[in-house]
Design a protein around this ligand. Structure first.
Ligand SMILES: [Zn+2]
Length: 441
């Protein structure tokens, strides 16, 4: 028996533009997109989408789910549900768990737990090196067979240039990207925030932009040398953006991402020793933020990714230097994109959806990021007009470490549909999502 849903009169937003159209979903697929589909939709459940935006489901290529080993911060289930509440239909789980995801069994575990969660699709990213020790390459082909869509040692850089070269060479035979957290550990050692006027004033040891820049430069040269596909994670510096732009100009196979916090906040967010603004790479200067925004606008930075990094309250309550790096981002990303970038005049809504859905799908080779007929029905229905205030206590994530508490934003997810199933509806409330995550964790 067919299971059809007819979305009527919504504003369909894709990278190609925004137009009021109907969408018909049958089973797991989008079957029709067009004007006045009533005749094809007689046996369908009708959803009045007037006044709402219909988007290809959002994709986050950089998420930390903490399972196995850090379940007090997040589980695959709580992360996948937080993602669905934020409008994400696919997320890529970083391998820096305990133990790290560095073999086919670990990859298979993430796949299985992701399915069990029944929310956003969870795609594992395997480690570059065994144990993330930076010494020996993992069995990349076997991890791909088990479901890995990319490799990275994120949390850490691939500090050994020879190993990074090998990773790019091997992965290119499989057509997957090597994602790198660009940081020269000998330059960042001991640092807790951006090195500059603010760090001097606060008396906190800084991490210079150069720590990120030298690694981005190295990786771009290695991508050029090997022909491998490089993905640069969480770009935060002006020089980084400019080097990536130049490399793309000469044909290097590189994609890159920026986070909502790096396009919204500067290192001044740390003033008051606010550990919720302690993140790696650190929040930088207003000039860096401007460069990141320009990079997102012109597509130098292909993707917006959250680097969702949950931490327990007690861990973030420590002295600034001792607190862990990272903040949660899945449930605020789309609203921050709309408020900061679209309302801020950086780009239009269709380009924002490109950076949050279509471009990430392309970068990581995921079968999503489109509302084309025949595509999997991964769809986000979004109320562009709803204004709300970020409240950490209303997050579905197990952790509350956001620097955006109390911030007024615009735009909220109403429905998240994965493979034709409504997995999240705002009418159900966050408590429902929490219960589901707990039950399926
Ligand atoms: Zn990282």
């Amino acid at each position: 028996m067919s299971r059809k849903t007819h979305f009527e009169g919504g504003l369909v937003v894709t990278p190609a533009g925004a137009e009021q159209l109907d969408i018909l979903i049958d089973g797991e697929q989008i079957v029709r997109v067009g004007h006045g589909l009533q005749d094809d939709a007689l046996d369908a459940q009708r959803v009045d989408a007037r006044g709402l935006a219909i988007l290809p489901g959002l994709i986050d290529v950089h998420v930390h789910l903490r399972e196995p080993g850090g379940e007090h911060k997040e589980t695959i289930a709580t992360g996948a549900w937080a993602a669905a509440v934020g409008g994400f239909t696919s997320i890529c789980a970083m391998p820096n768990t305990d133990p790290p995801i560095d073999d086919p069994a670990g990859v298979g575990y993430v796949v299985a737990q992701g399915r069990r969660a029944g929310a956003a699709r969870v795609y594992p990213v395997g480690a570059v090196s065994v144990g993330q020790k930076g010494e020996r390459l993992t069995l990349i082909g076997e991890m791909i067979d088990a479901g890995a869509v990319a490799i990275t040692d994120d949390g850490l850089p691939v500090a050994d240039s020879g190993l990074m070269r090998l990773a790019l060479e091997y992965s290119s035979t499989f057509g997957i990207p090597v994602a790198d957290h660009c940081e020269d550990p000998t330059l960042s050692r001991g640092g807790s925030m951006n090195e500059g006027i603010v760090s001097t004033r606060l008396g906190i040891t800084g991490i210079p932009s150069a720590a990120e820049n030298v690694m981005i430069a190295r990786d771009l040269f290695l991508a050029e040398l090997t022909g491998g596909r490089l993905h640069i994670q969480h770009v935060s510096t002006r020089n980084g953006v400019e080097m990536i732009r130049a490399a793309k100009g000469r044909g290097v196979a590189v994609t890159a991402e920026a986070t909502p916090h790096h396009f919204t906040l500067t290192d001044e967010a740390v003033i008051g020793y606010r550990t919720e603004a302690k993140v790696n790479p650190p929040l930088r200067t207003a000039d860096d933020v401007a460069a990141v925004r320009e990079g997102i606008r012109d597509g130098t930075l292909d993707c917006i990714a959250t680097d969702h990094a949950p931490h327990h309250y007690d861990e973030k309550e420590q002295a600034f230097e001792d607190a862990p790096f990272g903040l949660v981002g899945l449930e605020t990303a789309l609203a921050l994109g709309l408020t900061e970038l679209v309302d801020g005049g950086v780009l239009g809504l269709p380009d924002l959806i490109d950076r949050m859905s279509t471009a990430p799908a392309r970068a990581f080779g995921l079968p999503a990021g489109t509302l084309r007929e025949g595509a999997p029905a991964d769809v986000t229905v979004f109320d562009v007009g709803e204004e709300w205030t970020v409240d950490p206590d209303r997050l579905v994530s197990k952790s509350r470490n956001t620097p955006f508490a109390g911030r007024g934003v615009r735009g909220r997810t109403r429905l998240t549909i994965v493979g034709g199933h409504v997995v999240w509806s705002a009418d159900q409330g966050v408590e429902h999502a929490r219960q589901q995550a707990r039950r399926r964790g």
